[in-house]
Design a protein around this ligand. Sequence first.
Ligand code: 5GP
Length: 199
Amino acid sequence: MKEERKTMLIVISGPSGVGKGTIFKRLLDNDKSLTFSVSVTTRKPRIGEEDGVDYFFITDAEYQDLLEKDAFLEHATVHDHSYGTLKSQIEEKMALGKNVVLDIDPQGARQVMAKWPDCVSIFLLPPSYQALHDRLYSRKTEPPDVIERRLNNARGEIDSAGLYQYNVVNDDLELACAQATAIIAAEKQRTNRYFPVVE
Ligand code: 5GP
């Protein structure tokens, strides 16, 4: 049987501390059709983060320049820093036949949903605010003032979960990964993306 699949754009959001990084890694390790779109950001790299892998770390001036060149599919200020998805990342990766995963905040997700109505959108929820608090404090990647700002922002982000097509609660990592995998698997089979030809 001959078959063709149209590539898809998968938008995943969730507050800081929900476990996005771990879920992303699992999804990408287990499904080679998926690739991650590397965003630009004006925030400084954390220990262990690599330029061009985790983000393209750029200056405010470089960010302004990209804005003027209309280089972004979406962009937003998140936790006091600028972030953006480069159109070129998506074009290049889709040209290779990959399904592109965006890890972006709800402001950016709204822009993508408007411009790319065919995208798949998933919001990752924590089981409780206390769980978010505990995860952010235990991972020790940010100072307490930054953590508190992220926890405050989490409330607003979680309020937008209903805008997404799918909600997944990360209470049990295995279950959350299985649910996200099932969503992506089902979306690949949609008739607007999947064209099997019976010979
Ligand atoms: P972090 O600084 O912890 O890596 O990310 C902070 C937040 O920015 C996360 O919610 C993440 O999803 C969001 N983010 C990362 N890249 C982008 C992007 O390109 N666009 C938007 N709108 N949000 C982003």
